[in-house]
Design a protein around this ligand. Structure first.
Ligand SMILES: [Zn+2]
Length: 351
């Protein structure tokens, strides 16, 4: 009978403990010790009730042998109860230890996951450097492709612009100090670009800029009072402090242009290849006779669209032959950024 009660008590303890087992929350952990305390008095109560009924059924008056036998039986029962309590306590201790180990393991895993997430967050995100003149990577999206190109999207000093309502003033003449120079030609995937050796300068607004390279766009990026041109040449200059000045030469159909022909003659056969001929080229041969110009502050017309670029757009177009134009159009039928808002910028022009 008592063994049965003890077994029931034991199974209640086991059931309660195993029910608490899956829980790893602090409340579940706190509730774990409760069963042993709540069961123990219950087991003790059952035992004392048992003793009471035993004493009732076996009165003390009955004589020493019966008493001795009852005593020894009670001692055995007490011993059995003590053993059972010890077993329950040991079992609970093991379960609690297992639970603590699980909690520790899960905390460790959580910490490792957090550390891994921190590493991922700290790692620099790799952005695309691919841009084009049409489609998904076209001008409307340049600012979103790479954070370093944000100006392409949000800048308010962007190029090109439709040049109109210029302030006619006595603009200082641009001084050209160009000379025959060695050069190389690259098709860089966006245009044909001609790198020129050092020593070619322009001076404007008391600042001296050195020619670095020139390249082509089709159609012209600039518009003059809404009118576009078939092509444009951009001559990119830099001063000693890194300020950029771009001289734009608008191209119209007419007679062949010798310097452009020299460039076409030395086009590399493959994109991204560079051709470095042994001849020289004089950039001065590109410059029109009349030197009037428009000027305004703008940006690079390709990513990263950096602003603070001084633009000098020559008023007189330069002629190139239809065949010369057609040759470029086979490589780049369209490589012009659309006009950007002028946002109230001042445009000055030679009187
Ligand atoms: Zn350009």
């Amino acid at each position: 009978m008592r063994t049965l009660i003890a077994l029931i008590a034991c199974s209640i303890v086991a059931a309660t403990a195993s029910a608490a087992d899956p829980g790893i929350t602090p409340s579940a952990k706190n509730s774990a010790p409760k069963p042993i305390e709540s069961i123990r008095p219950h087991a003790a109560g059952a035992a004392s009730a048992g003793s009471a009924s035993a004493s009732a059924s076996v009165p003390e008056k009955s004589g020493p042998p019966v008493r001795a036998s009852a005593m020894s039986e009670r001692a055995r029962e007490e011993q059995a109860e003590a053993d059972l309590s010890a077993k329950i306590a040991a079992r609970l201790a093991i379960m609690r230890a297992n639970q603590a180990a699980r909690v520790a393991q899960q905390a460790k895993a959580k910490k490792a996951a957090a550390a891994a997430a921190a590493v991922v967050a700290a790692a620099p995100k790799v952005y695309s450097n691919h841009w084009s003149y049409e489609g998904e990577n076209g001008p409307a999206n340049w600012g979103r492709i790479n954070p370093e190109w944000a100006k392409c999207g949000i800048g308010n000093r962007q190029s090109p612009i439709d040049i109109r309502d210029g302030m006619k003033v006595d603009l200082e003449q641009i001084t050209f100090d160009y000379k025959p120079s060695s050069f190389n030609v690259t098709d860089n995937g966006h245009t044909v670009q001609v790198m020129v050796s050092g020593g070619n300068f322009i001076t404007v607004a008391n600042r001296m800029y050195e020619l670095i390279q020139f390249h082509f766009h089709r159609p012209s990026e600039e518009r003059i009072n809404g009118k576009g041109y078939e092509m444009v040449v951009h001559l990119v200059h830099k001063d000693a402090e890194g300020h950029l000045a771009v001289l734009a030469l608008l191209l119209e159909r007419g007679k062949p242009q010798p310097t452009i022909q020299t460039v076409w003659n030395n086009l590399p056969l493959e994109k991204f290849d560079t051709m470095a001929p042994s001849i020289v080229l004089d950039p001065m041969d590109l410059i029109p006779a009349r030197r009037d110009y428009y000027t305004y502050m703008g940006s690079l017309t390709t990513p990263p669209c950096s602003e603070g670029v001084l633009w000098l757009v020559m008023k007189e177009p330069v002629q190139a032959s239809p065949a010369q134009m057609a040759l470029f159009s086979r490589l780049y039928p369209l490589n012009a950024r659309p006009v950007q808002p002028s946002s109230g910028r001042i445009v000055k022009e030679s009187n």
